[in-house]
Design a protein around this ligand. Structure first.
Ligand code: ATP
Ligand code: MG
Length: 446
């Protein structure tokens, strides 16, 4: 993309309404625009990151054997009456009437709708296990929408639902989700710690929230500092293996780590004092096993091996896709702007032309741009007639992890400069080598 043809409405001033750094930078970098309280338009740069995050979520869900689909945002109130949640859900549910005076709602979550789909088609244990998921907009009429996309009213969520014959099978599905979530967050450059949580309106005894530690997080958390040494890395996991998935659950949840909802001082006191931590965290996901709560209420039964009709065991699993943009920025920024991890960056690298209009510099930038694109990478070329300082400030603010700077002086010596946004370190090298370096970082073969 050439910046002169892009739509990147960068703000110079810090918007007064933004209280936390991720919200400030998302507004300043022209990623989002508030449409109403807690409802945002995703401007091109923000939309690009949102799509990158969504793509990682899809890849990791499918790697775990989960099946993508799409359910509507508007749901019928009748289904929610069947589960009893239409009355229970309270003010957070946006209730709507259609022209025939029928009660509808904008889905805050999808247990009812998916259970209805399941009961319509699945009749036998032979069709299990089954895990379906989608990535769809949700609406929750939060009392205090704030912090930009972190606590929106309209937000994008991945929500998945497992259907299993037995509790044991459903707990395997739970563990499989835990593993897939660990991988998902790590690919986004995040450490998200599974913490014992509370079921809330979804219900259920088995539930973990995934928290990214950040001062601006809304949850208070208590944990054993040893847990922050764990990483999933690139280990290979057989998602069908009950033992392997369970071992990961054990490894990542055996140390004390809880949100304030489930915190127990007496248990926490058993952690050696020097390892006890109290901090704040951003909830970026949650997994639940809730047994037959919805299947019994809504008649989602299958025939088991003995011919008996039994309600299926279910769980639901959510990732806050749009909230993740805020969480990533909270975890990765400096005083100049965002620092995108390579896994989610909107453009793979920036190209800054120090002297637009200089025939040599222009030609070198064009050549770099073409070579990077030919490798399947997306560079953002700042080809505007602007001062170098302004170009650098924009690149720093929007946070592309790598920048190639091209100017007449370097070109005389046959070099361009490659700069890491994270470390600030620059290295001079011939343009072909710069392309090779960027290609290698993103795992592209030359
Ligand atoms: P919270 O406690 O933050 O209100 P929740 O526990 O009610 O969230 P879940 O039902 O677990 O939310 O939804 C799954 C994920 O969706 C959450 O882990 C979070 O990342 C995201 N999410 C929930 N509410 C919002 C919101 N208002 N804005 C943005 N993301 C949200
Ligand atoms: Mg939650």
């Amino acid at each position: 993309m050439r910046l002169s043809r892009y739509f990147l409405p960068v703000l110079k001033e810090t918007p007064a309404e933004a209280q936390i750094v991720s919200h400030r930078y998302m507004l300043r970098a022209g990623m989002i625009k508030q449409a109403q309280a807690g409802i945002y338009s995703w401007l091109p740069l923000g939309y690009k990151v949102l799509k990158r995050i969504e793509q990682i979520v899809h890849e990791e869900q499918q790697r775990a054997g989960h099946i993508a689909m799409l359910m509507p945002t508007l749901q019928s109130a009748d289904l929610w009456r069947e589960s009893g949640r239409y009355e229970d859900y309270g003010q957070e549910m946006l209730r709507i009437k259609d022209r025939h005076d029928r009660d509808m709602l904008y889905g805050p979550t999808n247990e009812e709708l998916i259970t209805d789909i399941f009961r319509s088609y699945v009749k036998s244990y032979k069709e299990l296990p089954l895990t379906l998921y989608h990535v769809q907009w949700k609406f929750r009429d939060e009392v205090r929408p704030r912090f930009g996309v972190m606590r929106g009213r309209e937000f994008l969520m991945k929500d998945g639902y497992n259907f299993d014959l037995t509790k044991e099978d459903a707990l395997h599905a739970y563990n499989r989700h835990l593993v897939s979530y660990l991988r998902t967050y790590e690919r986004m450059g995040l450490q998200a710690i599974p913490m014992r949580a509370d079921g809330g309106p979804i219900g259920g005894d088995y539930t973990h929230e995934f928290l990214v530690l950040a001062e601006t997080g809304e949850s208070e958390v208590f944990y054993d500092s040893e847990i922050t040494d764990l990483s999933f890395g690139d280990r290979q996991i057989d998602y069908d293996s009950v033992e392997q998935c369970h071992a990961v659950l054990e490894e990542f949840t055996s140390r004390y780590a809880r949100t304030d909802e489930t915190h127990e001082e007496a248990l926490f006191a058993q952690v050696p004092e020097e390892r006890r931590r109290t901090a704040r965290g951003i909830e970026v996901g949650q997994i639940f096993y809730f047994g037959t709560k919805y299947s019994e209420a809504m008649g989602a039964v299958v025939q088991d091996q003995s011919g008996a009709q039994v309600p299926v065991h279910m769980g639901s699993h959510g990732i806050g896709v749009s909230r993740l943009l805020g969480a990533i920025i909270e975890a990765s920024h400096d005083d100049k702007g965002i620092i995108w991890p390579e896994g989610v960056t909107p453009f793979h690298c920036g190209i800054v032309n120090l002297k637009q209009g200089d025939a040599e510099a222009d030609a070198a930038c064009e050549a770099l741009y073409a070579s990077l694109e030919a490798l399947g990478l997306e560079p953002l070329y700042d080809d505007r007639n602007e001062r170098a300082g302004g170009k650098f400030a924009t690149m720093d603010l929007i946070g592309l992890p790598w920048r190639i700077t091209v100017g007449p002086r370097g070109l005389k010596n046959g070099v361009v400069e490659v700069t890491s946004r994270r470390t600030g370190e620059s290295e001079e090298m011939p343009p072909e080598q710069a392309v090779a370096k960027i290609a290698k970082i993103y795992g592209k073969a030359l």
